[in-house]
Design a protein around this ligand. Structure first.
Ligand code: ARG
Length: 457
């Protein structure tokens, strides 16, 4: 029987139930729904709105139900409209009138708003630990590869030498910002809508401070209309998760490139790769590709949420029921991606030799050669021009800057001395890039330690 049966003279059509029901999605919030109801009934008793005896029956009944669901002894039946009517329905079936008193001074509108916030608060914590794990692992890998020279790129053209550790720490920085966004979203989410009722509060003498406190919220929401119609926290979380997926997707793209025979910078562990059904030689970076693809799904959730919310008048509208499927899907997707991505990186083999070989080609030390001349007193623009001519000379003679003779150098500028070879060696080029935030091995070790310190703080 429907919660609103008194007003209606007909049963709902089957399709009405099909489109209206949300139990398939919101059963995920059963713990939080029960937690919210326990806090609500305690408050009702404290405020003298229901008797302590009824409160005890309700608490006992709710705890028993929670225990049974956790143990799998009671199944959440899809015949109910949503998790709220399921919990209240079973409770009332078991304890009678006391169960019918639970919904005093409450509506499903403030109830569902509490449930989602509690659920997403927990899920955000879970996700944050996965993000932290990835950042920590990147810092460890960076320490391990602090002096592995690799080409740094702009326009996907070899540009200047960096270290692999430095490259990894760039992603650690992105993920630290993702972490900050999630923590920040949590703050605004942690406000309690319970007691806002359907939209206009209640005339019962309830204590909203008490329920907010019991449920671990920072404060009760100040405006009852806003309390039941605010889904900003879903939008904020979906945005934060979308940006996070941008980062994982960019990283994936690099992993895929690095695994190719053209790069051969890394090799993924067999346990985190897949093969081909027809080409026996293939080893594919499928995890990275799927992560790159799944970014689309998370952006889709954000678009869904923005679109659902954009035209809604105050206060609650049923459109908002679409929020949970979108935001839960975003959480599940990001969580799965992180759970695959971290061990995939942890177990990869780094081909330092190939990275160095790639860095040795492509005149990646041309800037350092120009800087060498600047060190000898030449203005940078002149030094740049001379080095440009040197590069052109090397290209037409199939040489590189390392293999030119001093005589050849001197043909371009008398300022070149024997020490130019040391100045343009890859190790020197990288070791000297000690400016704050730069790729020198020493910097990488310091930055990795700083990243770890942020995680601990
Ligand atoms: N299943 C609903 C949702 O998720 C619960 C709130 C129902 N409120 C209502 N007025 N019908 O939004």
């Amino acid at each position: 029987m429907k919660l609103w049966a008194g007003r209606f003279s007909k049963e709902a059509d089957k399709v009405t139930n099909d489109i209206n029901a949300s139990i398939g999605i919101d059963k995920r919030m059963w713990r939080e729904d029960i937690e919210g109801s326990l806090a609500h009934s305690d408050m009702l008793a404290e405020c003298g709105i229901i008797s302590k005896e009824d409160r005890d029956k309700i608490s006992e009944g709710l705890r028993r139900l929670a225990d049974e669901i956790a143990k799998g002894e009671t199944e959440i039946a899809d015949s109910f409209e949503d998790i709220h009517s399921f919990v209240e329905g079973i409770l009332t079936e078991r304890i009678g009138d006391a169960g019918k008193r639970l919904h005093t001074a409450r509506s499903r509108n403030d109830q569902v708003a509490v449930d989602i916030r509690l659920t997403l608060r927990n899920e955000t914590d879970g996700l944050l630990s996965l993000v932290d794990e990835l950042i920590e692992m990147l810092a460890d890998l960076a320490l391990q590869h602090s002096d592995v020279v690799m080409p740094g790129y702009t326009h996907l053209q070899r540009a200047q030498p960096v270290t692999f550790g430095h490259h990894l720490l760039a992603y650690a920085e992105m993920l630290l910002r993702d972490r900050g966004r999630l923590l920040d979203a949590k703050k605004r989410m942690n406000v309690c809508p319970l007691g806002a009722g359907a939209l206009a509060g209640t005339s019962y003498p309830i204590d909203r401070e008490l329920t907010a406190k019991t449920l671990g919220f920072d404060e009760p929401a100040r405006n009852s209309l806003d309390a039941v119609s605010d889904r900003d926290f879903c939008l904020e979380l979906a945005s934060a998760l979308s940006i996070l997926m941008v980062h994982l997707s960019r990283f994936s793209e690099e992993i895929i490139l690095w695994c190719s025979h053209e790069f051969k910078f890394i090799e993924l562990d067999d346990a985190f790769s897949t093969g081909s059904s027809i080409m026996p030689q293939k080893k594919n970076p499928d995890i990275a590709e799927i992560v790159r693809g799944k970014a689309g799904r998370v952006f889709g959730s954000l678009t869904t949420l923005l679109t659902v919310m954009k035209g809604l008048p105050l206060a609650y509208n049923k459109d908002m029921q679409e929020d949970k499927e979108a935001i839960f899907n975003a959480f599940d997707t990001v969580s799965l991606c992180l759970r695959a991505f971290t061990p995939m990186l942890r177990t990869m083999t780094v081909n330092a030799e190939n990275m160095r070989k790639a860095a040795a080609g492509g005149f990646i030390n041309a800037t350092d050669c120009a800087d060498y001349l600047v060190g000898k007193g030449l203005p940078f623009r002149d030094a740049y021009k001379i080095t440009g001519s040197l590069v052109a000379y090397c290209i037409s003679n199939s040489k590189d800057l390392e293999s030119l003779s001093l005589e050849e150098y001197k043909g371009f500028s008398e300022l070149f001395e024997e020490d130019v070879f040391e100045a343009i060696s890859l190790d020197t080029c990288v070791k000297n890039r000690t400016s704050y935030g730069g790729p020198s091995p020493e910097n990488v070790r310091r930055q990795a330690a700083a990243v770890k310190a942020i995680l601990k703080a």
